[in-house]
Design a protein around this ligand. Structure first.
Ligand code: 2AM
Ligand code: CA
Length: 268
């Protein structure tokens, strides 16, 4: 994509995400319609759906040849990442949105032929807009974020949900217990997009989760890689942007240390 067009897409995307955020803030006093999807804790609201539809209307109206992959299924059915693809989570952290009216974000990753070009994550409640245009740095509102520095487990805060150190279907429950013990601290925010921007801005040092969808991480991984961080699945392999995947993102150095010592280079 020529840079001029990329800048134009970036400008529109930021404008639309801010506008969508404003609509979400206005929805707070209104009653939510809540429904369960795959299980009783996998929730969707009318606001998730309306926000996704808003983006689709804007994108298709301006760029009819762009494709859209969205969590709520109003976009296109994609089998490959050809051309320009917008990967959208209208509300990442829906459970937090419903229970807390905070700790959620809108996430948009824009890819061209499978390469991440633009990432935008908007923490609607705190009015924090994280954005990256590949090769031009990562910003939190107008402030440019610094490259991620190497660190060790002993000095790290690791984002990890307690689910994954109890009996579960995806990981041996004792695999990550030594990491929890040896890290300086652990946190769980309940929104993958926020966990990734907290890594980008240095508030945490790594984030590990065995179950995500492409829209949860499409934007965040562009930011983390731009800052010198490392983004893989839990076995250290390449991430799949069309299917469910595990995710392991961390500062440089720390990623290798955790992968080798705690994730056993994927041998579990
Ligand atoms: P969501 O709120 O958009 O559904 C919570 O730990 C994080 O995991 C959130 O980013 C949440 O995204 C995501 N998540 C929750 N349930 C999931 C599922 N069944 N599959 C994939 N991602 C999920
Ligand atoms: Ca969502």
């Amino acid at each position: 994509m020529v840079t001029v067009i990329l800048h134009e897409i970036d400008t529109y995307a930021k404008q639309w995400i801010k506008e969508a955020g404003e609509r979400i803030r206005e929805s707070f006093p209104k009653t939510l319609n809540i429904a369960a999807k795959s299980n009783p804790n996998d929730l969707v609201t009318n606001i998730d759906q309306e926000t996704e539809q808003y983006f689709i209307e804007k994108i298709k109206g301006t760029y009819p040849d762009h494709k859209i992959l969205g969590e709520e299924g109003y976009g296109d059915r994609l089998e490959k990442l050809e051309g320009v693809v917008w990967i959208i989570d209208p509300i990442d952290g829906t459970m937090n949105f419903i229970h807390q009216q905070r700790n959620f974000a809108i996430s948009i990753g824009i890819y061209e032929d499978g390469i991440g070009k633009i990432g935008i994550i908007y923490d609607v409640v705190h009015d924090e807009l994280y954005h990256v245009l590949k090769g031009h740095g990562v910003f939190l509102n107008d402030i440019q974020l610094s490259n991620l520095k190497e660190t060790s487990v002993h000095e790290s805060i690791i984002a990890l949900n307690a689910t994954w150190v109890t009996e579960n279907r995806r990981l041996p429950s004792d695999l990550l217990a030594p990491l929890v013990k040896e890290a300086r601290g652990t946190r769980s925010y309940g929104s993958a997009a926020l966990e990734m921007v907290y890594l980008a801005s240095g508030r945490i040092d790594a984030y590990i989760t065995p179950r995500l969808a492409p829209w949860d991480f499409a934007a965040g991984i562009i930011m983390i890689e731009e800052l010198g961080g490392v983004a893989t699945n839990l076995r250290g392999g390449k991430l799949d942007l069309l299917n469910q995947s595990s995710l392991f993102v961390a500062k440089p150095g720390l990623h290798g240390e955790i992968l080798k010592k705690y994730l056993k280079n994927g041998q579990w």
